[in-house]
Every structure is written in C-alpha cells, then in structure tokens.
Design a protein around this ligand. Structure first.
Ligand code: PMP
Length: 362
C-alpha cells in the first residue's frame, strides 16, 4: 500500500515549523566548544532565579499529576490583571493556545486571516486542521489593517495578529488597533498575540487587555521570553468567560505540567529579574543598532528582543558561515525573506560576538 494514502490529505503538504538550531547540536556538528544561540528570542540571562528555585523546591512532588485547573497560578495571574481566574486559560506554551483556539472556534468551512509575514504557527496549525488561511501582505514590514479588514468575509472566524510582530519586531499602534476594532464584524474573533509585550518602550502601544470586555478579543501571553521559561512550556490566554469556558473544554486536562505551574507562579513575583531583562534588551539593542549602522546594514527598528536585518545576500549562506563561528541565528528563507536574518538580542558579550562574526562573514 501507498502509505501516503493513509494520511489525511491536508497533512501531506504541510511544511513543518523549523525551530532554532539547538546549542548542543551545533557544538557536536561543528566541533566547537563555545556556541551562542541568538535564534529563538529566548532570555539570554537564563530563567528567572525565583522560578528556578521554585522548580528545585517542587521536583520531588513530580510523581503527582499537576493541578488540572492550575488554581493558584490562575488566581495569581488574574489578580495581577484585576480579572478573575475564569478569564485565564493556561497552555503548554502559547503555541498550544493557538491550537486550542482554532479547535474551539473554527468550523470546517470557516477561514482564518493573518499577515504575510508573521509567526508561522498560525498558518501551520490552521493547516493541520484543514482550515483555510488568508495571508495579507505587510506594508513597510507592518500589519496592514485596512487590507486585513478587506479580506474578512462572512466565513472568517479568526484574525491572528502578533503585536508586536515576529519576525519583523514592528507593532500596530493604539489608533490603528482601535480603528480596526470599530470595523470588525461581530462574527470575528481577534487573537492578539502579545508574546513580546514586555520589551515595548513606546507610548502608543495598545495593551490588548484593555479591550477584552468590549470586543471579541483573546489575548495571548507567554512565560517563554521575558521570564526565561521557554523550556518549561507555559503561556496563557485572557478573554471574556464566554470564550474561555469553551476553550477549557477543548484543552487536555494536564496540558500544563507541575514544574511549569510552580515556576510561573514564582516568576510573576520576580520583578528584579524582569527589570534586569528589560535593561539588557534595551541596551543591547542600542549597541546592535549602532554596530549595524556602522556596517551600513539595513535593519527594521524593533520594539522586541530581536532584530530583522537585511544582509544583502543569501541568508542561508550567512547562517551557515555564522554557525562555523559558533553563532546561531535565524535565516529568514522560510518566511520568504531570503536576504534577511533575524537575531535575538543577547548579553553584551554575545552581542559583541555576533557583530564580530557578522563582520567576518559579510
Ligand atoms: N507567538 C509569537 C509571536 C512567538 O514569536 C512565539 C515564540 N516563538 C510564540 C507565540 C510561542 O511562544 P511559546 O509557545 O513559547 O509560549
């Protein structure tokens, strides 16, 4: 038998998500001792120390199932946001929440609208469920909200908007979002993915939480970036209970593991780590901007912890040459930006190593 005939048709043509290359793998393949990874927008300072301690303290309880309702964590997140626990749905990273949202809301014949270029998981997970995705080109590396509005039809159920956007580092401002919301039909839910909101340093950024009571909005947050917990896999959605109660039915009962719950609870109190992280990113970004300007390289100004850079030649070659020098970055071919790389802001030492390597390679 042709095995392919046993696989669902919509799965056959999916291009899988390409994750950042792991440090250990690069050391092994390149025979290098010192490798830095600036490829997945992780926190370069490590995990929140409070979170790390909480994990150590709870390791010996992992023979037990996690609390299926994450009672304490939900309560803590909710009280910080002046909402109720029932407004929070936790996920195995915000990736899983994207999956839960599509399964909860989108019928077979309904479609999803997002940008082209944005976080690839919106499209990939939609494809897994055989849902049609309309991708609306960016203008000037930004979401084009008017064009997105024009692509919404009677069968559109979800709009995915990464704000700020990955991989461009740009954002939709308050005016733009509010105008978009005024024109958004009642049968459409806007998913505002705020994975990088902690790094914002501009005043006109719209905080999605301010809009969730009046609008059909689900806000996504993650502990992977600012809190340094990418490896534990935990994120959450915030929305009216009208939405969250159905998402709760769809999620697996133990989707968020016990150590992640403990770590996230502790991380929420670790304000000094958050301050240190923000400072590292904002200062590192200034250094990187200055260096790129000296090298006469074009980049997209970013409100996040990563920068999209036009290297003026094939990014796969640049990626491979950088690997040989022990620097893992992201080549942007999968996003259709074949002359661009994306680099995550690291520690000062990592940023210097990146710039030195990039100079050599170019
Ligand atoms: N949304 C965006 C825009 C992202 O860039 C990422 C991480 N690459 C995620 C969601 C997923 O984050 P996580 O699953 O680690 O919470």
């Amino acid at each position: 038998v042709d095995i392919k005939k046993l696989v669902k048709k919509n799965i056959l043509n999916i291009t899988p998500y390409i994750a950042g290359k792991p440090i250990e793998e690069t050391k092994r393949e390149m025979g290098l001792k010192a490798v830095i990874k600036l490829a997945s927008n992780e926190n370069p300072l490590g995990p929140s120390p409070e979170a790390a301690q909480a994990v150590r303290n709870s390791v010996l309880t992992m023979n037990r199932y996690p609390d299926s309702n994450s009672f304490y964590l939900k309560r803590k997140i909710a009280s910080g946001l002046e909402l109720n626990a029932a407004n929070i749905v936790l996920g195995n990273g915000s990736d899983e929440l994207i999956d839960i949202i599509i399964r909860t809301f989108v019928e077979d014949d309904e479609n999803i609208v997002t940008a082209d270029i944005t976080f690839l998981e919106y499209e990939i997970i939609s494809a897994v469920y055989g849902r049609r995705v309309k991708k609306v080109p960016l203008t000037d590396f930004k979401y084009n909200l008017r064009a997105i509005r024009k692509n919404i039809d009677r069968k559109t159920k979800l709009v995915f908007m990464a704000n700020p956007n990955n991989p461009t580092g740009t954002y939709v401002n308050k005016c733009g979002l509010e105008e978009f919301l005024r024109g958004l039909p009642g049968h459409v839910i806007l998913v505002l993915d705020e994975a990088y909101d902690t790094f914002i340093d501009t005043r006109d950024y719209p905080r999605g939480l301010e809009y969730i009571t009046k609008n059909n909005i689900i806000v996504l947050k993650t502990f992977s970036k600012a809190y340094g917990l990418a490896g534990l896999r935990i994120g959450y959605a915030v929305a009216k209970t009208g939405f969250t109660k159905y998402m709760e039915k769809v999620r697996q009962p133990f989707n968020v593991n016990l150590l992640a719950q403990e770590a996230a609870k502790a991380a929420l109190d670790d304000n000094s780590f958050l301050r240190r992280t923000r400072k590292t990113i904002l200062e590192g970004k200034k250094y990187l901007y200055r260096s790129l300007e000296q090298m006469k390289l074009r980049y997209v100004p970013s409100v996040t912890n990563f920068i999209l850079i036009d290297v003026g030649k094939g990014s796969l070659g640049v990626f491979k040459d950088m690997l040989k020098l022990g620097v893992i970055i992201r080549d942007m071919r999968q996003y259709g930006l074949s002359n661009f790389i994306r680099v995550t802001v690291g520690t000062p030492k990592e940023n210097r190593k990146f710039i030195a390597a990039l100079k050599k390679v170019l």
